[in-house]
Design a protein around this ligand. Structure first.
Ligand SMILES: Nc1ncnc2c1ncn2[C@@H]1O[C@H](COP(=O)(O)OP(=O)(O)OP(=O)(O)O)[C@@H](O)[C@H]1O
Ligand SMILES: [Mg+2]
Length: 203
């Protein structure tokens, strides 16, 4: 679905060829500073390559409206985005911005449970711990039922046990919906457990 050819981005990334398969879970690993986050930003048209071509389902990214692209290929940024307001408002925010139908109360409770959170929907999201905020951001993205999930270290703030549980729920759900997942992780356990394919950016 995504294909990259002869990509160069500043001095940061050089990728001769990379193809991502639909419906698969790929994990990107590599040392800090190797360009993992930059790669996701290229795939989401936040960055534009200096040379080479990226195609998405056969169309060059340069010909796809970035807003449309980002509604299908939803990115979770490395620093979790939390808006002022309640947990519920934070969970609904992605759907609201995308002008999609909001999640039902049942879906909200279910996603909270899947993310191993024991919090009420009315609580202030800004007062949550770092790891809890990360899971709210991940839940918000999961609710969007995206065709592609681009996840930048979604569980870096969690203990390994919680990390594996949360990712298992996320990936079970995304596989059910036949979504494609591209996830950056420093967790060897997560990559070994969930990746159909590992992509290392270390040279
Ligand atoms: N827009 C930019 N302009 C200039 N340099 C940038 C830009 N974005 C990233 N960089 C640099 O590119 C390198 C790779 O950054 P990137 O965030 O992609 O790394 P990373 O592999 O995600 O690292 P980490 O594991 O620490 O998150 C870094 O040295 C960073 O300073
Ligand atoms: Mg990064």
């Amino acid at each position: 679905m995504y294909e990259l050819r002869n990509i160069k981005y500043k001095d940061i990334l050089t990728i001769d060829h990379l193809q991502l398969e639909e419906g698969k879970v790929s994990c990107i690993t590599g040392k800090s500073g190797t360009g993992k986050s930059s790669l996701l930003k290229l795939l989401n048209s936040i960055y534009v390559p200096d040379s080479g071509e990226i195609t998405y389902y056969g169309s060059p990214l340069s010909e796809i409206d970035p807003i449309k692209l980002r509604r299908e290929a939803v990115m979770l940024a490395q620093a979790p985005l939390i808006f002022p307001g309640t947990i519920e408002e934070n969970l609904q925010a992605g759907l609201k911005f995308a002008e999609k139908e909001l999640a039902s109360a049942q879906e909200l409770h279910q996603v909270i449970e899947r993310m191993e959170l024991s919090k009420d929907l009315g609580e202030n999201a800004e007062e949550l711990s770092g790891g809890e905020k990360q899971r709210i951001a991940l839940a918000r993205v999961l609710l969007m039922r995206a065709r592609v999930y681009l996840l930048d270290e979604p569980t870096s703030g969690l203990d390994e046990n919680t990390e594996i549980k949360v990712l298992r729920s996320f990936i079970d759900e995304s596989r059910k919906n036949k979504s494609t997942v591209l996830m950056i992780t420093h967790s060897i356990a997560a990559a070994e457990t969930f990746a159909d394919r590992e992509i290392s950016l270390d040279t």
